[in-house]
Each structure stands twice: as C-alpha cells, then as structure tokens.
Design a protein around this ligand. Structure first.
Ligand code: NAD
Length: 427
C-alpha cells in the first residue's frame, strides 16, 4: 500500500513487540518476521472482446510449522504484495491462538470484479490455480473466499484443481456452497464465535448477559449472527450502524427499548444496508454513523471495518462500557488501543474474537477430507468448545502475567508457532 500506512510494516512491528516480551532468539525472529515462501504469478486471460490481458496474482505462505497454510484469496484493484504478506502473517497468529493445526497464508489477484464478466472472473480463478497448483493443496495450503470472492469462485478453483490432479479433493479449498463440500454453520460461525467469547468474558466479570446491553458497528454477516446469538443469551442490542450506498456515508439506528432483530433484518439489503425511511417508521432514531460508539452500553462490537476506534473518537466511549469485542479485523488503531488498555476495558482482540470463521473453515476441510459431513448442531457445538478454550487460555495468561488481552493473545499465538519451528529443528 502506498504512503505512510504499510500493513506489513505494522504486522512486523506487532511481532517485534511480542518477540521482545517472549525474549525470542534472533533466528526465530528472522524466520517469523517474513513469509517462509511467496509466489508472484501472471495470469493471462482472453477477455470477452477477444483481447488479451495479464493479471498479477500472489500467494504468500507466512508459516506452516503448525500445519497446512490457510487463508483467503482477495480480488482487489489496489492489492499489493505487502497487504497480502501482512494478512498471511495475521492468519498464522489467528490459527495458532485458537489452536487449530493450520498455518497462515493469503492470496490475491489485482483486479476489480465489478468490471469483469462472470466468464472473465472464472478465467482468472482457473488461471490462478493453473499457475500455483503445485504449491497449494489440501495437505499444503488451503485457500478460501475473502474480499470480493465468493463460493462460486471457490468452486471454479476447486474444479480446476481437481481437473489438474485428476482426483476429487474437496479439502483443497473452503467456503464452498453447502451440498458441494461446504460446511453447515459457516454462515453463523464468525458472529457466533464473537458471542461465545463475549459470554465467557461476562462470566469472568460476574455479569449476567440478561443485565447487559450492546451496540454494534455494521449489520452484515458478522454483526447479524452476533446479534442473533447475543439475543438468545438474553442480551439487549440498542444500536447498530451500517453504510448507506445512496448517501455515501454511514448511519446508526437506535431504539433504547432494544432493536427487533428480525424486523430490522427485514429492512436490510444483501450488502447489510438498512432502509432509513422504514427504520424511522418503525420507531428507530436514525443518527450519524459514529453514534454506535457513543452509546451508554456495556458491550461494543465493531463488526464492519478496520481503523474505526481511533485516538480522536475513543474519548466518546462511555464509562459504562466494559467489553469491546472486535468482530472486524483491526478496528482499533494502536493509539486508541493504548487508551482503552489504560481505562481497563476488557478487550477481546480480533485474532481471538473473530476466529470462529477460520475455525469453521478448518471443520469444513476436516469434513471434506473424510467425506462425511456433520449436522449444524455438531459444527456449532465444536465451534463453541474451540472458542471457549481459546478464550480461557488467553484470559488466564492475561491474568497470570498481567497482560492486556491483545498482548496475551499474541503471546500465546507467537509462542506456539515459535515452539513448533523449534521442535521441527528449523531454528
Ligand atoms: P459484510 O460485508 O457482510 O458487512 C459489512 C457491514 O458493515 C455492512 O452492514 C455495511 O453496511 C457495514 N459498513 C461498511 N462500512 C461501514 C461504515 N463506515 N460504518 C458503519 N458500517 C459500515 O462483512 P462481514 O463479513 O460482516 O465482515 C465484517 C468485518 O469482519 C470485516 O472487517 C471482515 O474482515 C471481518 N471478518 C469477517 C469474517 C467472516 O467470516 N465474515 C471473518 C473474520 C473477520
């Protein structure tokens, strides 16, 4: 990424701080600061108008000491190798913190699907696999959907991979449709995972969920399923926010008596945008985008975008807020994080809070590899066990070593990966 903000530099700085806390030796630092392997590919495509165009693509494998790489493939016009490197690094830590036997990878293609026909997108998917099929696979590196890629893209990629290999290997890729190797429960997994960790945090604080209220940023996949489960454990959501495509800005929707989840979902388009007029008619206050952060609630769940809680707006967080659960990736800037840590807010950091998605993708891969699929309750039950165990490990370490929850999560993740590298005799 151009300019001052380079996500890979940020990922390395984060790692350096944890490496200092763990007093890691130099060779381990040299290994974990960089991806272990990366592939840069060119994908020539014949466009619909008959001309040829070459797209640049990447696959970065940050570390596979704990198991096959796992990570999405992004289609984005501003994709850069440093973004992919950073995201691959974060995947290593996320898989390690929930203790699943997978490493960290990420891939991408520099393209804008909005300007490509479905046939052209299919060619890019198949071309990406053709260039890289020897270096990925169910036992080495398992891709998944990410920004602007979906279940259809995953099926095209799987089909190309199986054609090249000459065998059926649905465990090559996750995020497939249910019935074509996808897992039940994947849609709910990230949002439910957020609430499994919130439920455990409340237990630790000695607060009953029925006595709490929450406000969320975003009303998409993560946020909606987080709300569904939070309401099942009797929590009350008073505010949600979303992006308004027509107005080019975001709004918050508040009803102090509590939002009616089903009602508000009925006013929402497939991109997670809520209809303002319908919401007003149903008695919701339509407030500016940032109002979700300023509510007098116990729990805040940013579940939309990165860099949303900043040094400028962190002061607007009310004293009543006890827990922040990061549904989105990177919603809190490092400056704001310092202030929240100082205020003693119980932070459930992104790598832990939103790891339900990758955990369920791991379950998808396991089910595909044995060609036997679990029912939804079994998937969600296993997800609950994994998330609860991960939460407890992080929170116990935080207490024992008097660490901020984010640091404790990173310490667990980095030390697991570093130990695996050592045990294998790499460093
Ligand atoms: P989504 O596209 O389904 O929903 C995004 C929501 O955010 C929409 O309601 C949209 O209106 C809202 N939004 C966008 N810009 C906004 C703004 N400026 N202010 C307020 N709301 C805004 O996305 P999602 O799958 O729910 O993902 C949300 C976040 O969670 C992302 O950071 C994503 O990387 C992260 N995440 C998602 C998963 C997953 O499995 N879906 C897993 C891990 C992390």
């Amino acid at each position: 990424m151009a300019g001052a903000y380079n996500p890979f530099t940020m990922a390395q700085e984060q790692f350096d701080r944890i490496a200092d806390l763990l007093d890691l030796d130099q060779p381990t630092r040299d290994l974990l600061r960089y991806p272990i392997r990366e592939y840069h590919i060119s994908i020539p495509i014949r466009m619909d108008d008959g001309t040829f165009k070459v797209f640049r693509g990447f696959r970065v494998q940050h570390n596979d000491a704990l198991g096959p790489g796992k990570g999405g493939i992004r289609f984005h016009p501003q994709e850069t190798i440093d973004t992919v490197r950073a995201l691959a690094t974060w995947m290593t830590w996320k898989c390690a913190v929930v203790d699943i036997p997978l490493g960290g990878s990420k891939g991408g293609v520099v393209c804008d699907p909005h300007n490509l026909s479905l046939r052209e997108q299919e060619q890019i998917c198949r071309g990406w696999v053709r260039q890289i099929s020897k270096n990925v696979g169910p036992l080495s590196d398992v891709p998944a959907p990410d920004v602007m890629t979906n279940a259809q893209h995953m099926l095209w990629m799987l089909d190309e991979y199986e054609t090249i290999q000459g065998v059926k290997q649905p465990g090559f890729i996750t995020g497939k449709p249910v019935g074509m190797g996808g897992s039940l429960g994947r849609t709910e997994a990230t949002g439910y995972g957020v609430i499994f960790t919130v439920r455990e945090a409340l237990k630790e604080l000695g607060i009953h969920p029925a006595d709490t209220t929450a406000s969320l940023q975003g009303f998409g996949n993560v946020s909606q399923y987080a709300i569904e489960l939070y309401q099942q454990i009797l929590g009350k959501v008073v505010c949600v926010s979303c992006w308004d495509q027509n107005d080019g800005c975001s709004y918050s929707f508040r009803r102090s008596g509590g939002i009616d989840f089903k009602e508000i979902r009925g006013m929402t388009d497939r991109f997670g945008g809520i209809d303002k007029a319908k919401a007003k008619a149903a008695g919701y206050d339509v407030l500016p985008g940032e109002a979700w952060l300023e509510q007098d609630v116990d729990i805040l769940i940013p579940a939309a975008l990165e860099n949303q809680i900043t040094a400028e707006n962190v002061v607007k967080i009310k004293p009543r807020v006890k827990i922040i659960a990061e549904g989105a990736n990177g919603p809190t800037t490092p400056e704001a994080d310092k202030i929240l840590s100082g205020r003693g807010i119980f932070m459930i950091p992104d790598l832990l809070a939103n790891a339900g998605g990758v955990t369920c993708s791991y379950f998808e891969q396991v089910q595909c590899n044995m060609n036997y699929f679990w029912d939804k309750d079994e998937v969600l039950g296993k997800l609950d066990s994994k998330m609860t165990a991960a939460f407890n490990a992080v929170s116990q370490l935080a207490k024992k070593r008097k660490l901020y929850m984010r640091d404790a999560a990173y310490v667990i993740a980095v030390s697991r990966v570093a130990q695996a590298c050592k045990d294998r005799g790499w460093v």
